[in-house]
Ligand binder design. Sequence first.
Ligand SMILES: [Zn+2]
Ligand SMILES: [Zn+2]
Ligand SMILES: [Zn+2]
Length: 141
Amino acid sequence: MGWGDCGKDSNGRPIGYVFDATCDHPDCMEQIDRGLTYVCGDMHGDDEYSCEKYFCDTHKNNYVTRNDGSDITVCNECWDRMIEDGELYYDEEEETLSHLTCAVVDMDRVNCPEPAKHLIPKTNDYLCDGCYEEYKKGAYR
Ligand SMILES: [Zn+2]
Ligand SMILES: [Zn+2]
Ligand SMILES: [Zn+2]
């Protein structure tokens, strides 16, 4: 017993590393088990970053840096969803999806802590809602 058997997911499938399964990616027949090694994210069940499905290495090879700075890997579907939501951005240097904060720095050199939502193509900076409004009015030029 112990962590090998973790009960069932919301579709009634047994979960835990003692249960053999195939990758949940459509048409992928890769043999996996339903343990934490293969779960989307790092825990059974879903959360704001990941779903409750299980994938082979190839199909959960997308790095996401969470709010607390820790990294997880998620499936392709979750990755696409997060990019679409626009809450996270792709950091090419780190090759990870990250939460982004506003690029504006005030006179005391303190970074604006608001989540960034708007890309300024000219400078490649992301601004939060408030700073973006200021930017449109002509600030920061
Ligand atoms: Zn997923
Ligand atoms: Zn797969
Ligand atoms: Zn801001």
